[in-house]
Design a protein around this ligand. Sequence first.
Ligand code: ZN
Ligand code: ZN
Length: 94
Amino acid sequence: MFNRCSGWRARRHPASHPDHEPGSCRRCWRPCLASIEPPTRVCAGCLAAASRSPMPSVRLAVAEHPDTGADVLAVLATDVDFAVSDAARPKRET
Ligand SMILES: [Zn+2]
Ligand SMILES: [Zn+2]
């Protein structure tokens, strides 16, 4: 039994599509569909690639994704975008 990765892999972005988000445009993105072990939904390769996206909204989605590994979160915790770095930091108990 396995899942198919529900992540998206970047194609070469057309110059007129600088900010198309994953899944929004089939010219910029293709489904990954890599075989992965349940309950994981998105493979580590997709999460690592998305964590290097120039779009803060994409990096934020990685920071908030339950399958994102500690190594990727550690990088995102130093992100220049405050929303991203805040989401990637371990939540403190209050
Ligand atoms: Zn596009
Ligand atoms: Zn994938």
